[in-house]
Design a protein around this ligand. Structure first.
Ligand code: ZN
Length: 151
């Protein structure tokens, strides 16, 4: 089986049967993300246990890539610390945008998203859930990452 076929199958599978899809009450953070280029909308909710993401869910409506990416993201970051999750975001962002990105073993299934590089218009579909996650994590810790003010 070609690697590209394998990647496509992973994305189709996660789009058909999104993992961790649904609401989460009560959540420690809840952030809505929107990608106007495609119309993808999703809400990421998570619970923190000290600094660890103990649970995470998403819901919303979007294209196959945005849904599959969010599904894979929830699997990848559950149980990780805030810092680990943000580092993973950096790696995924590099994977999505940099043709010279080295293969990242730690990415596991997320490597399937590398196929999106060939379609620059879809990069925002794949990264929407990650930007939303990062914003949710920041919202839970205003003392470490103070909100930007214009003063
Ligand atoms: Zn999309």
């Amino acid at each position: 089986m070609e690697l590209n076929d394998l990647y496509r199958d992973v994305i189709l599978d996660h789009n058909r049967r999104p993992r961790n899809f649904g609401g989460l009450e009560p959540a420690d953070a809840s952030v809505e993300g929107f990608n106007p280029m495609c119309g993808d909308r999703l809400t990421v909710r998570l619970k923190l246990d000290d600094d660890k993401i103990s649970d995470i869910r998403f819901e919303g409506q979007g294209c196959a890539i945005s849904t599959a990416s969010a599904s894979m993201m929830t699997e990848a970051v559950k149980g990780r610390t805030r810092a680990e999750a943000l580092r993973l975001f950096d790696r995924v962002h590099q994977l999505l945008t940099d043709d010279a990105a080295p293969p990242a073993d730690e990415l596991g299934k997320l490597a399937a998203l590398s196929g999106v590089r060939a379609y620059p218009a879809r990069v925002k579909c794949a990264s929407l859930c990650w930007h939303t996650l990062a914003s949710a994590l920041r919202s839970t810790n205003p003392h470490v990452l103070p909100a930007v003010t214009t003063e």
